[in-house]
Write a protein that binds this ligand. Structure first.
Ligand SMILES: [Zn+2]
Ligand SMILES: [Zn+2]
Ligand SMILES: [Zn+2]
Length: 358
């Protein structure tokens, strides 16, 4: 590769950081993307992050011998920490009479996820559960792997209105050992972990769980679209105190934030001195999105071993080859479209398959 002049790298950096609202200047004077996954902080980087993960999600469904596998969409929830108001979404299904005695409409959004009785609500239990949810998923995935050797997963953690994590996972199991969705759901839902922080405390999933099987040549596209929407949702800055939250929601968030500040995030944590972000995110320490990785003996989720590191490298190479072209070098034409296009591509595929995409 030809030597770079300083002007070259400045131009390259400007292009690499293009679209980012708050690029960061590195010690060597190069501008790079801020890399935020929070939409309110940087729309461009958050969209890139979402698109990258959506591409990884689909590469574990469509890029292999799909007929040899069965796929599942599994949702696991947190236990109850006290009853909350049940408020339907706009255009959503009716949810029936709430514990407070009335049937809410979407207009009661100011009560969504708010405890019926804040005084009796187990805030400490909820933030501790968020803290231990990663460990619980780890135990769950080990248990599944013990039973079904070919088990691979892609997981998105989403915040529920009450301020607790729940989990959506796409799961892939080889057809010859694939269980029924009910068997898979029950195996996952009944997995447990013992908290590392609160010694002896058992961490469990809630009773509400759901598992559906799907075919990659059928509902797969719909599932990817659904996950991509879930990704969109988690890009919101959930734990930031939103100034315009309805007062009851705000009060609930304050109580959760307070419980998270007072909780121990590790065995040695002194909450009053601890700077860990766990105390600011309602206890959560989990990555929002993750997927099983390739090892010596396993495929990992992506059939093509697509990871975010690979995506970043491809993107850089693509831009560099474009830069060389612009500079008039006899560079080979880029072999692949940039990954920015992947989201648009899967949208076109979805529409081609007859699904409506907004
Ligand atoms: Zn940015
Ligand atoms: Zn209610
Ligand atoms: Zn701490």
């Amino acid at each position: 590769m030809a030597e770079r002049t300083p002007e070259d790298s400045a131009a390259r950096a400007a292009i690499l950081a293009r679209g980012c609202s708050t690029p960061v200047k590195t010690a060597t004077g190069v501008w790079v993307r801020c890399g935020s996954r929070i939409k309110s902080k940087c729309e461009s980087c958050a969209e890139l992050y979402r698109g990258d993960w959506a591409a990884i999600a689909r590469s574990g469904v469509f890029d292999g011998a799909v007929a040899d596998f069965r796929f599942y969409l599994l949702t696991l929830t947190a236990p109850s920490f006290g009853r909350v108001h049940r408020v339907p979404r706009d255009g959503g299904q009716r949810v029936g009479v709430c514990g407070c005695g009335v049937e809410h409409s979407a207009g009661d959004a100011g009560l969504r996820g708010v405890p019926l009785d804040g005084g009796a609500y187990d805030y400490a239990g909820q933030v501790a559960w968020n803290r231990d949810a990663g460990l619980l998923w780890d135990r769950t995935r080990r248990r599944m792997r013990d039973r079904w050797d070919s088990f691979e997963y892609f997981i998105v953690r989403e915040w529920q209105d009450r301020g607790v994590l729940h989990v959506h996972a796409i799961i892939r199991i080889a057809r010859f050992e694939a269980p029924s969705p009910d068997v898979l759901r029950d195996a996952a839902r009944t997995a447990t972990a013992v908290s590392r922080v609160d010694a002896g405390v058992l961490v469990e999933w809630g009773v509400q769980a759901r598992c559906d099987a799907f075919r990659a040549d059928g509902d797969g596209a719909k599932t990817i679209w659904y996950l991509s929407k879930a990704l969109n949702y988690v890009l919101k800055d959930v734990a930031s105190a939103s100034g315009d939250a309805p007062v009851d929601v705000w009060r609930h968030q304050v109580a959760l934030g307070d419980a998270a500040r007072r909780m121990r995030c590790s065995r040695d944590c002194q909450p009053q001195d601890c700077v860990s972000l766990v105390h600011k995110r309602y206890g959560s320490r989990s990555q929002v999105v993750s997927a099983s990785r390739r090892t010596k003996n396993r495929t990992g989720w992506s059939f093509t071993d697509l990871t975010r590191t690979v995506q970043r490298r491809l993107r850089r190479e693509w831009w560099e080859s474009r830069l060389r072209e612009e500079a008039g070098d006899a560079a080979p034409a880029p072999s692949a479209a940039p990954l920015e296009d992947l989201a648009a591509r899967s949208r076109r595929e979805l529409i081609a398959r007859g699904w409506s995409a907004p």
